[in-house]
Design a protein around this ligand. Structure first.
Ligand SMILES: CC(C)(COP(=O)(O)OP(=O)(O)OC[C@H]1O[C@@H](n2cnc3c(N)ncnc32)[C@H](O)[C@@H]1OP(=O)(O)O)[C@@H](O)C(=O)NCCC(=O)NCCS
Length: 159
């Protein structure tokens, strides 16, 4: 957790491009036991209703370091968050919060009124992040995750 006297870090948020695929794929693999395939991520880039935001910051060599990403859809009046991951060494710095903030702002600009997502029942970090944005639990999908049968918590927030 950030100390109160520390300034909030500034992350650069931008839309992912095909050239970013290897770095995003590496982060996905570092973040999940059952990661999305590179092919799935590549296909996501081709859907006009889908956006992938990247969070970056400058590194010591003057380049950009990828900190995290978020995949979301804008469908009618709804933002649906499909995936979010922050590099393990960069967690608890506000990167997930910055990505979610940016996604919800984009949704509001597109006149979305609702945001939805699912999270594993055991994923305290994700549930904590979502609740801090006003997401509330509205249901459970039993045995939702094919790999281990864990339940998904369905969450909704008004925008
Ligand atoms: C979930 C995840 C994206 C959060 O990213 P993050 O950048 O570390 O989150 P932030 O630093 O922006 O945290 C924002 C808030 O979320 C909550 N939170 C984040 N990590 C938490 C944790 N480990 N335990 C409890 N609450 C947590 C807190 O409320 C936190 O605010 P605070 O730091 O002021 O207390 C990250 O843990 C991750 O990549 N996990 C692996 C992938 C994953 O599970 N994705 C979600 C799929 S549904």
């Amino acid at each position: 957790m950030r100390k109160l006297e520390e300034p909030a870090p500034v992350f650069h948020i931008r839309a992912m491009e095909p050239v970013d695929l290897p770095a995003v794929d590496a982060l996905e693999r570092a973040a999940f036991r059952n990661p999305w395939s590179l092919e799935l991520m590549r296909r996501e880039l081709t859907h006009e209703w889908s956006t992938i935001y990247l969070a970056e910051e400058a590194d010591a060599a003057g380049g950009k370091r990828l900190l995290g990403f978020m995949v979301f859809w804008l469908v009618h009046d709804e933002v649906h968050v499909l995936n979010v991951a922050v590099a393990p060494a960069q967690r608890r710095r506000g990167v997930g919060r910055a990505l979610l903030q940016a996604a919800l702002e984009r949704g509001r600009r597109h006149r979305c009124v609702l945001a939805t997502l699912e999270a594993r029942r055991s994923n305290a970090a994700a549930l904590g992040l979502y609740k801090s944005f006003g997401f509330r639990e509205v249901g459970v999908r039993p045995n939702y995750y094919a790999d281990d049968g864990e339940d998904a918590i369905v969450m909704v927030a008004d925008l």
